[in-house]
Every structure is written in C-alpha cells, then in structure tokens.
Design a protein around this ligand. Structure first.
Ligand code: RFL
Ligand code: PHB
Length: 389
C-alpha cells in the first residue's frame, strides 16, 4: 500500500491531522494499535480553546459540538475556603468550550469513516523505517500478516508511549522532563455538576477539580499519591474526600451517584526537541506532555497539527519545504508557553509533601496577589483561553 502521509495513532492529533490533510486534498492512512472502541473508552480532556473549536469547524466536524458543547465565560480558583472567579470573557473577550475528548474523537472518527478514508485499527508491531531518506516506510502486522505502507512522510501522533519518538536515534533528540510526586484520581458520574463553571481548588488535604461533560454528567478529580491503587477508592471515599476539599457552598452542592469510570493519571511535564527528523514529524503527546491542570494537552495537540497540516499543504501545493523546515520551531514556541502555564498552575494549586513553611507562604502570597490584581488574572485568563496560533 502507498499513501502520501502515514499517520501513526488515531487519537485526537492523528485524526485531526488526517481531516486537515483530506481537506487539502492530501491522502493519508492512519495506523492505530488499539481498537476504535478502546480509543473511545479513555476518559481524558474536557476543555477546548477557541482555536481547537475553530479547527474542528474548519474540517466540518462541529455539528454535535455546537449543539452539545457548553460555552464557559469563566472558571473559579479555590483557596482557603474562598473562591476567586477568573472572568475569561471579561478579561479576554474569549470563552472556552466544554466538550469531552471522547466526543471530539468520536466525531472525527465518524467523519473519517463517512469520507471513506483508511484507518487500520489493531495494527500491531508498527515500525517506522528510512525516515532519513525521501522514501520512508512503515511496517505493521494485521491479522497475523506483515504489511508495508510506503509514504512521503510519517506523522508520529502515537502518544507518549508510542513507537515514533522511540525510533529516533538517541543523539538526535533531547528530552526535558519533570515528574510530579502525585497523580489525579478522576471520577465520572451521571449527576449534575456542583457548579456551572469549573472549580480548581487548592486545599490543605490536596487539590480538587470540579469539571463536567454536560449539564447531567460530572467529572471530578482529586490529587492522590502517585502510586495509589484506584481500587482503594470506593465511590463513597471519593465523594467524602472531594467534599472536604471544596468550599462549603460547592461541597453542599455536590450531588453524588455511582461512578461510570474511575482512574488515576500521573502528572508530568515533558518536551522533546526537535519535532522533525528528516521525513518524520512528532505531534501531540508523542512530542510533549503537560500536567492536566491548565487543560492544555488536547489543545496543544490541535495547534501542533495545525502547523503540520499547513506545512504539508505548502509542500504539496507549492512545492515549498519552508513550512516543514519551520514546523519544529513554530510548534515548540507555542508548546513551551503552554508548558510554562500548566507547570505554574500545577505549582500554585497542589500540595507538595516536601513543601516547607516558606514555600507554603509563597503559594498563599501568589494566590492573594492574583486575587488583588487584574493584570495577574488577565495573564491566567489569556493563557487559559489559549495563546494565538
Ligand atoms: P493520544 O490520545 O495518546 O493518542 C495516541 C494514539 O496512538 C496510539 N498508539 C499507537 N498506534 C500505533 N502503533 C503504536 N506503536 C502506538 N502507540 C500508541 C494510541 O493507542 C492512541 O490511540 O495522543 P494525542 O492524539 O496526541 O492526543 C493528546 C491527548 O490525548 C492528551 O494531550 C490529553 O488527553 C492529555 N490528558 C488530559 N488533557 C487535558 O487537557 N485534560 C485532562 O483531563 C487530561 N487527562 C490526559 C488525561 C492524558 C492521559 N494519558 C495520556 C495517560 C488523562 C490521561 C490518563
Ligand atoms: C476535565 O474535564 O477532564 C478537565 C477539565 C479541566 C482540566 C483538566 C481536566 O484542567
């Protein structure tokens, strides 16, 4: 089989890149290790920047998002039982859209299928070859037989544990990483959210986040130990702990119900440099990880594939390599700013076991400053709604 762009991974970055390429008349094949159902069973991000919303609209995958997505004008930060609202709309003139990654992925999968584009699920042992030449190849196994996909370019959209970044010679890549000493325990339930806007709470027992997927489905998170076992958390234990970490009004408003899903995610900041190796490009979680505190993971995947889609369009339409030469630097400039924001919110909102009294006071002073300063709130708001592409 032959295609112009072989995309490894059918997460949001791979599927969105495929949609952008299709719109530009460029052919792609997506190879995904798991089944479609498995990909859709992973509960992840919930907040879309306007840039990501606009991209989905540009590829015609916005009907359900427009009908079901919730537009938010602000969010709250909780500290010492007080709540500070960050007025996104008032401070930036922009909003964010609450629409789950599962739904984005489902919509992109459906559109790809409807357009008759090829996605090979349960492709095993994917290996990428010869990306330092003009004739890269991908091999994989499907139903026990080895297959070969010839292509012009390979897009590594295969997440943090994927094969693409791991295939780059060690001397050609530099990794930057910070692992946080805790995780987030998330719970999804069909109960109305306790607040119509998100609440990110710093509490002496640890961080808590009140989020949602719809007016009848809530997503809550609490900070937990990095190596805790999810089975040690009954629903009742989760709800009790969540309430303890919220201000009295929010705690009172929490409606409990049986969990649909419960999982623990580790928190990490990670960036690989560069993002291009000959005819291989890395995008999304294959290239970088942010802690979820700023809701940037999925949004960064969208901006990466925006730059990459443009670059490939320029290559095929104009015969110019300027875009593909610039891809890594363009994407990394935005990635590092989102890394900074996600890291700073993580440091502000979580409790660190090794924090001394001085560091604790610094966290409090940081919060009091933000509370008193429109400039500080504007800085948070403009990052949260998304920096320009
Ligand atoms: P994905 O979504 O990980 O998709 C990569 C796809 O590649 C496939 N794959 C392979 N396919 C073929 N061959 C191989 N060798 C392969 N190896 C992997 C995988 O099966 C998968 O389908 O990356 P992508 O597309 O770059 O999208 C990025 C986003 O998914 C990610 O940034 C966010 O979900 C991050 N994230 C969160 N972000 C938020 O903004 N808010 C959250 O609450 C939030 N929760 C999360 C998260 C990421 C998590 N991970 C990665 C562990 C919770 C978790 C658990
Ligand atoms: C979510 O709803 O899953 C969510 C929302 C905001 C975040 C992280 C996760 O910062």
């Amino acid at each position: 089989m032959r295609t112009q762009v072989a995309i490894i991974g059918a997460g949001p970055s791979g599927l969105l890149l495929g949609a952008l390429l299709h719109k530009a008349g460029i052919d792609s094949v997506i190879l995904e290790r798991k089944s479609g159902e498995y990909v859709l069973s992973r509960i992840r991000a919930g907040v879309l920047e306007q840039g990501a919303v606009d991209m989905l609209a540009s590829v015609g995958v916005d009907a359900r998002m427009n009908a079901e997505g919730l537009r938010h004008d602000g969010f709250a930060m909780g500290f010492a039982n007080r709540r500070l609202r960050i007025d996104l709309a008032g401070l930036t003139g922009k909003q964010v859209t609450v629409y789950g990654q599962t739904e984005v992925t489902r919509d992109l999968m459906d559109a790809r299928k409807a357009a008759g584009l090829v996605t090979i699920y349960e492709a095993e042992n994917v290996e990428i070859h010869d990306f330092d030449t003009r004739n890269p190849r991908v091999t994989y196994e499907k139903d026990g037989a080895t297959q070969e996909l010839l292509c012009d370019f390979i897009a590594g959209c295969d997440g943090f544990h994927g094969v693409c970044r791991a295939s780059v010679p060690q001397g050609a890549i530099r990794n930057f990483e910070k692992v946080y000493p805790f995780g987030w325990l998330g719970l999804l339930a069909d109960v109305p959210p306790c607040s119509h806007e998100l609440i990110y709470a710093n509490h002496e027992r640890g961080f808590a986040l009140c989020s949602m997927r719809s007016k009848t489905r809530s997503r809550y998170y609490i900070q937990c130990g990095a190596d805790e076992d999810v089975n040690a958390w009954s629903d009742q234990r989760f709800w009790d702990e969540l309430r303890r970490r919220l201000d009295p009004e929010a705690a009172e408003a929490v409606i409990t119900g049986p969990s649909l899903e419960k999982s623990i995610a580790p928190l990490r900041s990670f960036v690989a440099e560069p993002l291009r190796f000959g005819r291989l490009f890395l995008a999304g979680d294959a290239a970088h990880i942010v802690p979820p505190t700023g809701a940037k993971g999925l949004n960064l995947a969208a901006s990466d594939v925006h730059y990459l889609g443009e670059a490939l369009r320029e290559y095929y339409r104009d015969g110019s390599e300027a875009g593909i030469d610039a891809y890594s630097a363009r994407a990394l400039a935005r990635i590092w700013k989102a890394e900074r924001f996600s890291w700073s919110l993580t440091m502000l909102l979580h409790r660190f076991s090794n924090m001394n009294a001085f560091e604790q006071r610094m966290q409090e002073a940081d919060f009091l400053y933000i509370e008193s300063s429109r400039a500080a709130q504007t800085t948070i708001a403009e990052n949260y709604v998304g920096l320009p592409y």
